[in-house]
Design a protein around this ligand. Structure first.
Ligand SMILES: C[S@@+](CC[C@H](N)C(=O)[O-])C[C@H]1O[C@@H](n2cnc3c(N)ncnc32)[C@H](O)[C@@H]1O
Length: 381
């Protein structure tokens, strides 16, 4: 059982590859369920008392907590296991992609444009922050190409992302898109967008639910990475979803003013530096029609966590190739939206306790190092 809904560009594991992939998924679950909670015990019983003895006061913020934890053997063991499992999530998919790459590329070439479209623009500049680091330790990053018409980054993100999320984002990895659509259906039932844009869409995991919810809307999805877009286009066509994919920078798109009613992103903002976030929000304001809505979903802001969970979440900044992981988490969404041109009384903010009901990790509602809470923010124009 691969657990994921299959399609022509998904790299299919052979027997041994699947055994390793299933091990990695279970290993990650084991770490999340059994090892992560011990960090809190160790902090309360060992690290905090020792800090208090030495400093005569409690640690003040996530930085002091992280530094104090860094010397503890249990936290070190957890971090090492976590980083190892992270690298394994990608590595255990690479061999199956290498083995099938010519077939995956061929499947993507012959897919055609029966429903949606794919517009690649090789002059699109890859932002320096994506060039500089392979985010979340995904080898090659999002945009690098190793063959003509390459789709390998898409294949790696799709299968590796399923293992990374331990299956919690569902067999279509669309839990975030589903959550955003539910938010709108529950809170703005009258809102019926005719044109939708998904920014930083990657392979379109989160884009598909918008097509299902508003079948008459024109749905666009942009990303700077060509291998992801080729892959996403083939995948969407296979599932019968009409999406227009285009290689564009969300800080400065090619679309006309007031082109969209709804502009969304899913786990994009935590990978952007502050200036890029501000540019993207300003660009969203330009692209929205009056009355249009923009919304972004990501893991929790620090303001909604206690300092220990902040420190646990902050681990990725230092050890998981997530240099901007903390940037959005310590910003103030209402001020950001106001600066981008939105009125403060039209700001949207919602805490989401769980992104998906399919997550076995957080099914008991336990906070696992800050990772069970999510956050939606945005505004209406
Ligand atoms: C974590 S992935 C997003 C995942 C995707 N939204 C989903 O729901 O599965 C971040 C994506 O943002 C893209 N990206 C980063 N900066 C961008 C920019 N300035 N313009 C367009 N895409 C960008 C990256 O190429 C990458 O595919």
């Amino acid at each position: 059982m691969i657990g994921q809904t299959t399609h022509p560009v998904l790299p299919m594991p052979d027997h041994d590859e699947l055994a390793l992939q299933n091990f990695v998924k279970s290993f990650k679950l084991h770490i999340a369920m059994k090892i992560v909670p011990g960090n809190k015990t160790v902090f309360d019983k060992r690290v905090k008392p020792s800090f208090e003895r030495e400093e005569g006061r409690a640690p003040e913020d996530r930085h002091e907590i992280r530094k104090a934890l860094a010397d503890d053997v249990y936290y070190g063991l957890w971090g090492s296991l976590f980083r190892t499992s992270q690298e394994m999530s990608w590595d255990c998919v690479v061999s199956s992609i290498d083995r099938q790459l010519p077939d995956l590329i061929q499947a993507s070439r012959t897919n055609g444009d029966s429903l949606g479209t794919l517009e690649l623009d090789s002059s699109t500049e890859i932002p320096g922050y994506l060039e500089a680091v392979d985010f979340h330790a995904m080898p090659g990053g999002y945009h690098r190409e190793f063959a003509d018409d390459d789709v390998s980054a898409g294949a790696l993100y799709d299968r590796g992302g399923y293992l990374y999320s331990m299956g919690a984002w569902g067999p279509m990895l669309d839990a975030m898109g589903q959550r955003m659509v539910s938010y709108l259906s529950e809170n703005r039932p009258e809102f019926q967008p005719k044109a939708i844009l998904d920014m930083g869409c990657s392979v379109g995991h989160s884009t598909l639910p918008y097509v299902d919810t508003w079948p008459d809307a024109e749905v666009h999805a942009i990303d700077v990475a060509a291998p992801l877009l080729r892959y996403g286009h083939t995948r969407a066509e296979h599932f019968g979803k009409k999406i227009h994919f285009a290689q564009q920078d969300c800080e400065n798109t090619q679309f006309e003013d007031e082109s969209f009613d709804l502009i969304v992103s899913h786990i994009l903002v935590h990978e952007m530096p502050e200036a890029a976030i501000r540019n993207m929000l300003r660009e969203s304001h330009r692209l929205l029609r009056p009355g249009g809505i923009t919304m972004h979903v990501d893991l929790s802001l620090y303001q909604d966590l206690d300092s220990f969970d902040e420190a646990m979440l902050d681990w990725d900044t230092y050890y998981n190739n997530e240099p901007f992981w903390s940037v959005i988490r310590q910003m103030d969404p209402p001020s950001l939206m106001a600066e981008a041109g939105f009125s403060k009384d039209k700001v949207i903010q919602q805490l989401v306790s769980r992104i998906s009901n399919q997550s076995p990790v957080f099914a008991d509602g336990r906070n696992s190092g800050g990772r069970s809470n999510w956050f939606i923010f945005g505004a209406q124009k």
